[in-house]
Design a protein around this ligand. Structure first.
Ligand SMILES: [Zn+2]
Length: 292
C-alpha cells in the first residue's frame, strides 16, 4: 500500500492552490507553455510550490497540466513530453522532501482534443498519449496521479488506464469541472461521475475549477450524497469568480471565504480539500488555519 493512500485514509488532507494563474502573475502571460518553465524558469515554479508547502498544503501538484503531446504541440514542444514532465516532478519532489508529510501529485489536464464519436481520439490512442506523459511523471518520482478539469468520462478512462499501466501501485485521483449548469461540458452530473469513476477504480473522486464557491457548494453536496462514506472525495474550487479589473481578470474569493469553504467541505466528508484558479498561498494558509 502506498504511503499516500495511508495518508488519505488518515485525512482530510489539504491540497494546494493554483499554478497557472500564479505563473501568469509571475510573468507567464504571453501565451508561452507554462511547462517550459519547468526547465527555463525552474526557480519560479519551485518558488510557487514552496509557497504552498510552507502554507500547509500536504499535496503538491506538478506544473504539467498541459503536459500531453497534444497540448505541447501548440508550442512546438511535442518532442519534449517526458523531459518536461520529469523536470516538473523533480522540482516538486525537491520541495516535498523539505516538508515531511507532503506528497507530489503528477498533474494531468485534458488533452484539448475530442474523443470519439465527436473527435478522433479513441480510448487507446488517448491512453497512449497520457502514458507518455505519465512515464515522465513517474521518472521524476510522483506519489500519485491527479487527472483534473476533465469533462468527458471516456477521456478520464483513458488517463486512468494509462496510469494503471505506467504507474502501477500509485493512487489515482480524478476530478471533473462541473462548469456548465452544474454538469460538465459533456453533460456529466456529479452523481454520474461518482458512479462511473468508482467503477473505473479511481481512488479519490471529485470536482475542481468550476464557477465559484456558490456553485461548488451545490456540486459538493451532490458528490457527498452520491459517495460520502463509500468513496474518497476531493474538491478544489476556484477562489471565487473572475472579475474584470482594469484590463485583467482577478478572482474575487478572499482567503476568509476559502477558509469557510474548507470547513464546510470537511464537514461534508471530503478527504482532499484544495483550491484551483485564482488561489495563492495566502488562501491555502487561511484554509489550513481554519481546518486546524
Ligand atoms: Zn481552475
Amino acid at each position: 500500500m502506498s504511503a499516500l493512500l495511508d495518508a488519505l485514509d488518515d485525512g482530510p488532507l489539504l491540497g494546494d492552490g493554483a499554478m497557472g494563474t500564479m505563473l501568469q502573475d509571475l510573468g507567464n502571460d504571453e501565451g508561452g507553455a507554462p511547462e517550459l518553465w519547468n526547465v527555463e524558469r525552474a526557480d519560479v515554479v519551485e518558488g510557487v510550490l514552496e509557497g504552498y508547502a510552507s502554507s500547509g498544503a500536504r499535496l503538491l501538484t506538478t506544473n504539467t497540466f498541459g503536459g500531453t503531446s497534444a497540448r505541447l504541440q501548440m508550442h512546438g514542444l511535442e518532442d519534449r513530453v517526458e523531459e518536461l514532465n520529469q523536470a516538473a516532478t523533480e522540482l516538486a519532489r525537491r520541495v516535498a522532501d523539505r516538508h515531511p508529510g507532503v506528497y507530489v501529485l503528477g498533474d494531468i489536464g485534458p488533452s484539448g482534443e475530442l474523443m470519439e464519436p465527436m473527435g478522433d481520439l479513441t480510448i487507446d490512442s488517448a491512453a497512449e498519449m497520457f502514458g507518455e506523459q505519465i512515464r515522465g511523471l513517474v521518472a521524476g518520482g510522483v506519489d500519485g496521479i491527479l487527472i483534473e478539469t476533465m469533462s468527458d468520462l471516456s477521456e478520464v478512462e483513458a488517463a486512468v488506464t494509462a496510469a494503471r499501466k505506467e504507474a502501477p501501485g500509485l493512487p489515482v485521483l480524478a476530478t471533473l469541472s462541473f462548469d456548465t449548469n452544474l454538469r460538465t461540458m459533456m453533460g456529466v452530473s456529479p452523481a454520474m461521475a461518482v458512479q462511473a469513476m468508482s467503477e473505473m477504480g479511481v481512488d479519490v473522486i471529485g470536482a475542481n475549477c468550476g464557477r465559484g464557491l456558490d456553485e461548488m457548494r451545490i456540486i459538493a453536496a451532490q458528490l457527498a450524497e452520491a459517495g460520502a462514506g463509500r468513496v474518497r472525495l476531493m474538491v478544489q474550487s476556484n477562489a471565487g469568480l473572475p472579475k474584470l479589473q482594469g484590463d485583467t481578470f482577478v478572482f474575487d474569493g478572499t482567503p476568509e471565504e476559502m477558509a469557510a469553504y474548507a470547513v464546510e467541505m470537511r464537514d461534508l466528508g471530503f478527504t482532499v480539500i484544495g483550491a484551483c484558479c485564482g488561489s495563492s498561498p495566502a488562501h491555502i494558509a487561511a484554509m489550513r488555519e481554519a481546518l486546524a
